[in-house]
Design a protein around this ligand. Structure first.
Ligand SMILES: C[S@@+](CC[C@H](N)C(=O)[O-])C[C@H]1O[C@@H](n2cnc3c(N)ncnc32)[C@H](O)[C@@H]1O
Length: 254
């Protein structure tokens, strides 16, 4: 349900749901809701193909086993854009389940079309602010991998507070990943890449898979994304950060 619909219905009922508290409404978002141009096909997909793939946003805790009707490793992609790379990954790994979260409706329409074309049964889509979804809908330690490819860079210093990945949010991101699950981020924004590397390297729950605590080599299995192609055209260096969530109940291996 859209925030405005939720507000309208709660005003009619004269009750404000707990999760629409003042701090949620004041939140500085990591995205700007620009609908852009939506094709007729994307619009139709949103109306007609939402049913097998769409997950209801709100305050209901999601149970992956029920969502996918089976027990399988679960990957979450935050901010999938047009969803091309997510569709390719889901098609290549039918034995894994994929949940994508995005706020950009034309991108969701695009992914629905691809999901229908590829007859994907292991993909679910949530149209929501990922921060709210992590806080309210995703159980802790449910993810085998969290992937965030080319998060909005917000390059101006005064906009850094909008970045999705930042110190105040690292605990929320990490606690959704199972012990030994992966956190995989890619970016073409050097300043953001360095800030994330330093943040992840100093987060005790995370272990860097890259030699010397640096950036990881680009995994061959990560499909090229639309924003990565844009970064390449602009001559940007692409950085991958690949970390494993440690099990802090066990002694750390040196
Ligand atoms: C720069 S684009 C990258 C898209 C895609 N991953 C790619 O590489 O082509 C970042 C995407 O993240 C989405 N996004 C940013 N913050 C988000 C949030 N809090 N929740 C859901 N989606 C978000 C934006 O709508 C946008 O589509």
């Amino acid at each position: 349900m859209r925030l405005v619909d939720t507000l309208n219905s709660s005003l009619q009922n004269r009750a404000i749901p707990d999760y629409l508290n003042a701090s949620a409404l004041r939140r500085i978002h990591s995205f700007v809701r620009r609908e852009g141009r939506m094709t007729g096909a994307q619009q139709r997909a949103l109306m007609e193909c939402w049913e097998p793939f769409g997950v209801e946003a709100g305050a209901v805790l999601l149970e992956p086993k029920i969502l996918f009707g089976r027990c399988a490793p679960l990957v979450l992609e935050i901010g999938f854009g047009n969803g091309e790379s997510l569709a390719v990954m889901a098609a290549a790994h039918p034995e894994w389940d994929y949940l994508g979260i995005e706020v950009h409706r034309p991108g969701i329409g695009h992914l629905l079309l691809r999901a229908m074309e590829l007859q994907l049964t292991n993909l679910r889509i949530l149209c929501a602010d990922a921060v709210e979804a992590l806080e309210r809908q995703l159980p802790d330690e449910c993810l085998d991998r969290m992937q965030i490819f080319f998060p909005d860079p917000w390059p101006k210093v005064r906009h850094h507070k909008r970045r999705l990945i930042q110190a105040k949010r690292i605990a929320l991101l990490v606690r959704k990943i199972k012990p030994y699950g992966q956190l995989h981020v890619a970016t073409d924004c050097e300043d953001y890449a360095c800030a994330m590397l330093s943040l992840f390297n100093t987060t005790p729950e995370l272990a860097n898979t890259a030699a010397g605590g640096g950036f990881a080599p680009r995994p061959t299995w990560r499909p090229l994304t639309k924003f990565e192609q844009r970064g390449q055209r602009l001559g940007h260096v692409i950085r991958d950060l690949l970390f494993i969530r440690r099990d802090l109940a066990l002694p750390l291996a040196e």
